[in-house]
Structures are given as structure tokens and as C-alpha cells.
Design a protein. Structure first.
Length: 251
């Protein structure tokens, strides 16, 4: 692997394998020759599900670590303990979980004060939507008498026919993508991104409002393999017609 051309070619082939779903390639941005190609994907995913997402009632051969909490925030050192004895390094496990959209690194500057006050440890934190233990809150889209006449509503559902339930990975992947794409961000004077408005996430749903006064609530119902998108426009039908198709298309 002495020539740059050979390393670049191997890098491209690893990307092809990863894109085809035959393996998972974790490139090293600083040095391509130090990238990692994981071939035992089924074994790795089983290990992750067993240690992090398995129901308490299910017996797994590996040690299950209960990391669920109200906010879905997991400290990196706890994650390291959960995978103690693994052949992968702690940093590689973190990159693996992020690459497979199991979690997202936390920027503490974007958190509300009530949550930031809990992050007393300076260690790295990761956000797992599927580890949020908060049950469905009071329905943020519950209509008031005035809403029935003044607002425009839309309800759209998608049901899976091939599978009797929705996997935890599907549910938290969809919440991560929706939050990343539709919770708008602005830049302050210091060029760091801050949230213009926040979203609410619970065990099986996400809610956010747009600057055009359109409210979205996306919920998953595992028992019926259903994804529901509920939309309310407080500013007439045109903003709803403009923004709702984008969210539905993403789902």
C-alpha cells in the first residue's frame, strides 16, 4: 500500500461495498490507510441491539445495559462500559453508532438550560432517540374550540405491509432525519449554529413548529407498523401545502 493511487483505489472500493450494504466503511479523514471496513455487519448489529435496545423481558447472550432516560442522553464513558470487551475501540464504537444513525453527537450549546445543567461531566455525550423514556406528552396538537375553525388540518398515515412492527432503528432514524432536516437553524455573530426553535421528542414521536406557523407531529405506532404525520397550519392553507409534502416525502 505504498502508492497513493493504491490507497485511493482501496478507499473507493470500500465506499462501494458500504454503499451496496455489503459492509460498513468508516474512513479516517486524516489518513485513508487507517480506515476500517467492518464485514460482520449482522453480528455487530445483533450485539448493538442486544446491549442497548433489547426489551428487559428478552434474554440475550450478551450483557444488556439499561441506558434509557428521560432525555435519551448517554455519556460516552457509559457507552464504553456497555461494550467492554469488544474487539472495537471505544472511539470506533462511537463512530459506528453515529454512522449507522443509532445516535447523534450532542452540542451542549444547543440544549436548553434545564438539560445543560445536568451535563456536569465534561465527557462526550450522545443522543439516542430510541432511548428516550419519556412517554407521549400532552398532545401538543390537541385542538381547542378556536382551532377547529381557524386552523387548517392534515393527517397522513403510512402502514407497512411486509412487517408486523417497526424496529427501534427505523423509529429513531426517522426522528433523527426529521429533526436534522426540518428544525431550522440560524447563525449568531460568532458563526456558531443555534436553534431558532426547538422540537419536542418522546418515546415514539416528534413535534416541531415552523416560522410560517405550521405545526408538525410525527408519531410511530409499532404494534400496527404505522407512521402518522399530523399537520396544523395557523396561517391558512398555502403554508401547509408548501411544507407538508416535504415532510411526507422524507417519511
Amino acid at each position: 500500500l505504498s502508492s497513493h493511487y493504491t490507497i485511493s483505489l482501496i478507499h473507493e472500493r470500500c465506499q462501494d461495498l458500504s454503499s451496496a450494504g455489503l459492509a460498513l466503511y468508516l474512513p479516517n479523514k486524516e489518513a485513508l490507510e487507517n480506515g476500517v471496513l467492518i464485514l460482520e455487519m449482522e453480528e455487530v448489529i445483533t450485539d448493538i441491539h442486544g446491549k442497548l435496545f433489547a426489551p428487559k423481558s428478552v434474554e440475550f447472550p450478551m450483557h444488556h445495559k439499561d441506558l434509557a432516560n428521560k432525555f435519551g442522553l448517554v455519556i460516552f464513558s457509559e457507552l464504553d462500559q456497555a461494550f467492554k470487551g469488544s474487539n472495537l475501540s471505544p472511539e470506533l464504537i462511537k463512530e459506528l453508532l453515529i454512522s449507522m444513525e443509532f445516535c447523534h453527537p450532542v452540542d451542549s450549546s444547543l440544549l436548553r438550560d434545564e438539560i445543560r445543567s445536568l451535563l456536569v461531566n465534561q465527557d462526550k455525550w450522545l443522543y439516542f432517540p430510541s432511548l428516550v423514556s419519556q412517554d407521549t406528552p400532552l398532545n401538543p396538537l390537541a385542538p381547542s374550540p378556536s382551532d377547529v375553525q381557524s386552523c387548517v388540518w392534515l393527517c397522513w398515515e403510512l402502514r407497512g405491509r411486509e412487517y408486523p412492527f417497526l424496529s427501534p432503528r427505523f423509529q429513531h432514524s426517522i426522528f433523527l432525519r426529521l429533526a436534522h432536516k426540518f428544525v431550522q437553524k440560524v447563525k449568531d455573530d460568532k458563526e456558531s449554529q443555534i436553534l431558532q426553535h426547538s422540537c419536542t421528542v418522546w418515546k415514539n414521536g416528534i413535534f416541531w413548529s415552523t416560522v410560517h406557523e405550521v405545526d408538525f407531529q410525527v408519531q410511530t405506532f409499532s404494534s400496527t407498523a404505522t407512521v402518522q404525520v399530523l399537520v396544523r397550519s395557523r396561517n391558512g392553507i398555502l403554508p401547509l401545502m408548501k411544507e407538508a409534502p416535504k415532510v411526507i416525502q422524507e417519511v
